[in-house]
Write a protein that binds this ligand. Structure first.
Ligand code: SF4
Length: 398
């Protein structure tokens, strides 16, 4: 199989009706150690032949087993590891093929007569007789893709490509580069989808995630240590999604209870206390040893946002503070104790679709929103990208 998001993969998944069924079946076929072999080879830098030549179903099971594990921590070193190993497995296969039909990209073969000879002479250096046949093959514009599909993957950039009649014409290497972007985007989308299902996934995936995490810790040892040291950092307000920034700025009366009590309370508490809960029924007392983080870092931010509403929320409705504790899982109270956590449900941040249905004014998506389905994953993704950028900068300076 060339692409786990391509046509062949979709055909196989169709036979299982839906992704839940496929994920249910994987544990009966694939032992956790076998699933991890798809990653472990990175240590030796040589992809084993039995992985490269696996049959389509086994290949897809191995890949989806790892995606299922990532549902427990969508943005982290584990995802980076899974992405790196699988990108290399599929790239190795793609590099051996001449047929890109199976890829998830809508690539077409470009008939030669579509590009004026004058342009081909320049781009493909046709008058340069010293160019070897291999090099000539490398620079030939053999493929094309619709301009809108190209732009959606290439972040709007048209640098170094030939465009004609609504199509972008590409060399083989350019197709492969574009496929890498599409693979990364599809992987993120799939993990975000599975994140929503994580409470329904068999235990197998949590166990696989824990093992994967150990391997990632070893593989990214230096970066892991830096992040661990930084894990007690306060919330990064600059990385919050637009809806949360809007709620923080205060909202009008019809939106106040939803924006402050439901959305902000759940988002800030999970983002600060337990950004990657293993399931949705975790309790605050499972994550912290006393209430000081809530009282000193979370509640003041919620109260300030409430005061910025018009009219100010807690002046109008002083009992709403009890409702905040209720949403944090302590029951309807003004005197919470850590041991009471679990009396009510610790509300998880609502998904974007729910926010759009209940408070459409809060959802003003920016370009990063297209990758996620929940404001918390928006924040996790931005934190992950930020940490990655910082560690790459530090590596360059060392
Ligand atoms: S798409 Fe989601 S994260 Fe983005 S603004 Fe809307 S609700 Fe918030």
């Amino acid at each position: 199989m060339l692409d786990p998001f391509g046509k062949r993969a979709r055909e196989i998944l169709k036979e299982f009706e839906n992704i839940n069924n496929f994920l249910e079946i994987i544990p009966t076929y694939l032992d956790i150690n076998l699933a991890l072999e798809r990653i472990i080879w990175l240590k030796s830098d040589v992809i084993p032949g039995y992985i490269l030549n696996a049959d389509d179903l086994k290949d897809l099971m191995g890949f989806y087993a790892l995606l299922g594990a990532l549902a427990f921590s969508p943005y982290g070193f584990e995802m980076e590891l899974v992405k790196e190993a699988n990108l290399r497995i599929y790239l190795a296969r793609i590099e051996r093929t001449k047929n890109f039909e199976e890829l998830s990209l809508s690539i077409e073969l470009a008939p030669e007569n579509e590009i004026p000879q004058r342009d081909l002479t320049i781009i493909e250096k046709r008058l340069h007789s010293e160019i070897s046949p291999e090099e000539r093959d490398r620079i030939a514009l053999k493929y094309k893709i619709k301009l809108k599909d190209f732009l959606s993957l290439n972040e709007g950039s048209l640098k170094s490509v030939y465009i004609k009649n609504g199509y972008v014409y590409l060399t083989r290497n350019q197709v492969i580069e574009l496929w890498k972007k599409s693979f990364e985007r599809n992987l993120e989308r799939a993990v975000n989808l599975l994140y929503e299902l994580r409470d329904e996934l068999p235990q197998y995936y949590l166990q696989l995630y824990n093992r994967l995490s150990e391997i990632a810790r070893e593989h990214f040892k230096k970066r892991f240590e830096k992040v661990e040291k930084a894990s007690a950092q306060p919330l990064r307000f600059d990385l919050f999604p637009p809806c949360i920034k809007m709620a923080l700025g205060g909202v009008p009366s019809g939106l106040r209870n939803y924006a402050i009590t439901v959305l902000l309370t759940s988002f800030l508490s999970y983002a600060r206390i337990c950004p990657n809960p293993p399931s949705k029924n975790v309790r605050i007392k499972d994550c912290i040893k006393d209430l000081s983080i809530i009282e000193k870092e979370i509640l003041p931010v919620i109260i300030e946002a409430g005061n910025r509403c018009s009219p100010p929320l807690f002046e109008d409705q002083p009992n709403e503070i009890k409702n905040i504790w209720y949403h944090l899982g302590f029951g309807y109270t003004s005197k919470p104790r850590l041991e009471d956590s679990g009396t009510s449900t610790w509300y998880f941040p609502p998904n974007c679709s729910k926010i759009r249905a209940n408070a459409p004014q809060l959802c003003k998506p920016d370009k990063d929103c297209k990758y996620i389905k929940n404001p918390l994953t928006y924040y996790l993704r931005k934190l992950y990208l930020e940490n990655k950028k910082e560690s790459q900068g530090e590596d360059r300076n060392e």
